[in-house]
Design a protein. Structure first.
Length: 51
């Protein structure tokens, strides 16, 4: 999300740094990470939660 245009969502999900990644499963946050992350690490996290 654009935190400048959607301050309500940034507050709701406690986004204090950009980038912040939040993975949701069935409407619930199952993983979050603030800051830079290597694409292979992100891919591994996605595969862990969605396969």
């Amino acid at each position: 999300i654009d935190v400048d245009q959607h301050e309500d969502l940034a507050t709701k999900y406690r986004i204090q740094a950009v980038p912040t990644f939040i993975l949701f499963k069935n409407g619930e946050a199952v993983w979050r990470h603030s800051g830079v992350i290597h694409s292979s690490e992100l891919q591994g996290v996605i595969e862990k939660h969605y396969t």
